[in-house]
Design a protein around this ligand. Structure first.
Ligand code: ANZ
Length: 849
């Protein structure tokens, strides 16, 4: 009987479903393992072959852990809010919920066709009101929190200490403003990336994608909800020590948070009426300042600009606001220097010198104070700018403390201060320390730790997102919905309001409502970003049907307590933001005792990109996209899974190959033919063990080696090498046939996490009733994995002179003797005195002469 993969794959998928094989219980007595995939956005295109790569890896681990006695949580769901469905709705008028539902059905069909052991009874969907109720609930928790800097944690806003002077009844307005200014969710007016065609604001990191697609993005100041993630900067950085993540991802997280040690200090205007604060990592270069730079958006631009320079300055600042931070940084990196003199000056607080104030867009308003003291002698960007605009360069550090000058570049290393008053002669580290002490004593400035991390821009001008459950009354006071969820109102108009507001602003009877007393309220019309729903979904899987609480404490403790998710697999494109946002929300929940681990994801792995057969990224426009549906139809799900794992190391980028899929398909066909006769019976000879003792030992050795390698390799997520070992097993088994019942059964168990359908079928043919997934994982005997004969290396004075084959475990004396008998060895000893013979058991003999 031929290997009819289609029939048997459908058969076992139906069996698993009918028997709830993948449904798991919250059995708190059993050891648990939580293995999670980054849940997908259900796009209209369906799965591409990149998705199942990570999903197959986690499925192998899930099945493996289950066979090892763990209660395994292995869930799947949908990150289903998002722009594509909304854009489709704008074009077609079809409600995004309909499109989303259809796409989910398709995704689910595809995932099920691959035999993944997801517990579908725990399926979640971020657009489901029972789910987003809790997304809104967490948002309100954040809204109703402030950060207690002494205790270093979030606390309920009702516990916020109020300054005494705000306590009188007539100060109500000020008191409320004060409270609002401390909330972890707040509204701020700030320049954002506005895309008129999309009718929405884009996060910095989303800009590129849309610009590439041909959309115009401009900078525009708008009122937006912000989340105060910056309060968590230090913890987000420090707690990385608790996780087991790829090195590169840790670095990305660290860089994104961007901790810098330095000082903030003040320069005053010539008339002493204004102070200009700057952040610097090198306060030891204060005597080398030759100009100052304000970001074009800085609030003191007008103050410093003299009448004479006004027209030019206005032209410059206007042009700069059209560029995103990203563009500006890019231009700066390419060496393009633009800037303009304001005509104004400040006074250097130490030297008393007059310093000209410039405006340049290499200084960003979003970092530090939005202004810098420029030291062209020791900062290359400043140096290039000074050269371009003919500004003097002054050197105040040299490697040896002697006078120094250069005509080509800044001296950016540490060294010894020169020409710098009281810090002259000090080494950089000490000079910085001394300078900070001085600044603090003279009240000019103070030591400061600066983070690059910005607060999280949380508003989107979209319909298809979670409504923000906040309204304002006629006095612009905030009110929040006590009854959640606040549902998305029905709509058939998905065009943005055109005013910069979301389409919800058009639904007037939703936006405005009255309470029992007849007071009128106006709802927030922005919705949450797609990041919101994905910032806590891993919690929901542990208690997906809880309608009363975010998560039951017992479920949290069992599935996530102490460590969080045990293994998290997903694309490296989420290395920064998704992980950062999820960690942030997790820490807020941690502060309230709602979760018990301080980090959500213990171990993280990124699967490598799967490229097209041409070695370039798969894309519709290149026409090199491989669809899982086609592969399942032509070679079967098992071959597909096996091939995705055999292509190379999980984390590596690798191209799809037709020959490769053929290869693993042939392997599975050989497995089938080894077990099953032409008439579809179990091959009778298979279960009869050979009577040849030597072959028997050899078979046993290969079996135990295979158990060991597959077991250890799955633990290491080294799936390709596990498969290679199973191929070694198969080569021997096909050659000698009579491997016996134990080996026949064991091999099916080992292969089952990789190719579950064929293995269930073989397991059944072997006469078993239960599914192979319910079987305990095979154990190996270390002694039986040892080679019976092996190669010994014979060296003379450390140089290899002979190799001999002998019994494993040959005694030292015998080995010495054998070594000395070798002709090639004798030649090299030849009459010399033997000083020592070193024997490394089972490996080598070194004769020292
Ligand atoms: C004077 C100086 C002298 C600086 C020197 C560096 C070397 P990181 O490490 O990234 O924190 N800077 C400060 N705010 C800025 C802004 N908004 N836009 C662009 N540049 C800004 O870098 C901190 C340094 O970057 C600061 O230290 C400042 O330049 C510049 F020999 O001040 B420095």
């Amino acid at each position: 009987m031929k290997y009819d993969f289609t029939a048997l794959e459908l058969k076992w998928q139906a069996y698993w479903k009918a028997n709830d094989t993948f449904v798991i219980e919250d059995d708190f007595e059993k050891p648990k393992y939580y293995v999670l995939d980054m849940f997908p956005y259900p796009s209209g295109e369906g799965l591409h072959v990149g998705h199942p790569e990570g999903y197959t890896a986690t499925d192998i681990v899930a099945r493996f852990k289950r066979m090892n006695g763990f209660n395994v949580l292995h869930p799947m769901g949908w990150d289903a809010f998002g722009l594509p469905a909304e854009r489709y709705a704008m074009k077609t008028g079809i409600h995004p919920s309909i499109t989303t539902k259809k796409n989910i059905q398709n995704f689910k069909r595809q995932l099920q066709s691959l035999g993944f052991s997801y517990d579908w009874s725990r399926e979640i969907n971020t657009t489901d009101e029972h789910y987003y109720k809790w997304t809104q609930w967490i948002f309100l928790k954040i809204f109703n929190s402030y950060y207690d800097k002494d205790e270093n944690k979030a606390r309920d806003i009702s516990e916020l200490p109020i300054p005494a002077e705000l306590n009188s009844p007539e100060k109500e307005q000020e008191r409320n403003d004060y409270i609002d200014s401390k909330r972890l969710a707040y509204i701020d007016r700030m320049p954002v990336n506005w895309c008129a065609e999309l009718g929405t604001v884009l996060a910095n990191e989303e800009v590129d994608e849309w610009v590439e697609k041909g959309y115009r993005v401009e900078r525009k100041p708008m009122s937006q909800w912000m989340l105060r993630i910056t309060e968590y900067a230090e913890r987000l950085l420090d707690d990385l020590k608790f996780v087991d993540w790829p090195h590169g991802t840790l670095e990305l997280q660290k860089n994104w948070i961007g901790r810098s040690e330095g000082a903030e200090l003040d320069f005053h205007s010539e008339d002493n009426s204004k102070k200009l604060s700057v952040f610097t990592t090198r306060p030891d270069t204060l005597f080398g300042v030759t100009y100052m730079v304000l970001a074009p958006e800085h609030s003191l631009v007008d103050f410093f600009t003299t009448d004479e320079h006004k027209a030019d300055v206005e032209k410059y600042t206007e042009a700069a606001t059209l560029k995103s931070d990203f563009d500006r940084q890019l231009e700066a990196e390419k060496g393009a220097k633009t800037g303009i003199f304001t005509g104004g000056y400040v006074i250097n607080p130490l030297s008393g010198e007059k310093v000209p104030v410039w405006i340049a867009d290499y200084v960003l308003i979003t970092y530090g104070t939005g202004a810098i003291m420029a030291v062209p002698g020791h900062d290359q960007r400043d140096y290039d700018f000074a050269k371009a605009f003919d500004i003097p360069v002054k050197f105040v550090i040299s490697s040896d403390g002697k006078p120094y000058t250069s005509d080509s570049e800044a001296f950016t290393e540490n060294g010894i201060s020169i020409d710098s008053g009281f810090i002259t002669g000090l080494k950089s580290k000490e000079a910085i320390q001394t300078m900070i002490e001085h600044l603090e004593k003279e009240k000019i400035g103070f030591g400061k730790i600066q983070y690059r991390l910005r607060d999280w821009l949380f508003s989107r001008q979209r319909y298809w997102g979670e409504p923000i459950p906040i309204s304002t009354d006629s006095k612009s006071r905030y009110h929040y919905d006590k009854e959640l969820p606040l549902k998305l109102p029905p709509s058939d108009d998905f065009k943005p309001a055109g005013t910069g507001e979301s389409p919800l602003a058009n639904i007037l009877d939703w936006v405005e409502y009255k309470d029992d007393q007849g007071n009128t309220y106006k709802r927030e019309t922005n919705t949450m970003p797609q990041w919101a729903g994905s910032s806590w979904y891993y919690l929901r899987f542990a208690d997906p049907k809880n309608f009363d609480n975010l998560i039951d404490a017992k479920n949290e403790k069992y599935w996530l307590g102490d460590t969080g998710v045990d293994l998290y697999v997903g694309g490296a494109e989420h290395a920064v933001l998704h992980l950062l946002y999820a960690r942030f929300w997790h820490k807020v929940l941690y502060d309230y005792g709602l979760v018990t681990s301080c980090e959500p994801f213990k171990k993280l792995v990124h699967q490598g990109l799967i490229l097209g057969t041409d070695g370039s990224k798969m894309s519709k426009s290149r026409g090199n996209v491989v669809s899982p549906d086609d592969v399942v139809a032509s070679h079967g799900a098992d071959a597909f899974r096996l091939f995705e794992m055999f292509m190379g190391p999980l984390e590596q980028m690798k191209p799809w190959s037709e020959r490769g899929i053929e290869g693993v398909y042939r392997f599975l066909t050989r497995v089938w033919r080894l077990y099953i006769t032409d008439s579809g019976e179990l091959e009778p000879g298979l279960l009869v063990e050979t009577s040849d003792e030597k072959q028997k030992n050899e078979n046993e050795k290969i079996l135990h080696q295979t158990i060991q390698k597959v077991t250890e390799d799955i633990e290491k997520l080294s799936f390709n090498t596990a498969i290679s070992q199973m191929m070694v097993f198969m080569n021997n088994a096909t050659q000698h046939k009579n491997i016996g019942k134990l080996a026949a059964e064991t091999f099916v168990k080992l292969l089952s996490p990789f190719a579950p359908h064929i293995c269930e079928e073989l397991w059944e043919k072997l006469g078993n009733k239960e599914t192979v997934l319910s079987q305990p994982w095979p154990v190996f005997n270390k002694e039986k994995t040892q080679e019976s004969t092996m190669e010994f290396v014979i060296q003379v004075n450390g140089k290899v002179r002979a190799k001999i084959i002998g019994e494993a475990g040959t005694s030292e004396d015998t080995l010495k003797q054998l070594a000395l008998e070798q002709e090639s060895v004798k030649r090299h000893i030849d009459g010399k005195e033997i000083r020592k013979i070193i024997v490394v058991k089972n490996r080598l003999v070194n004769i020292v002469v």
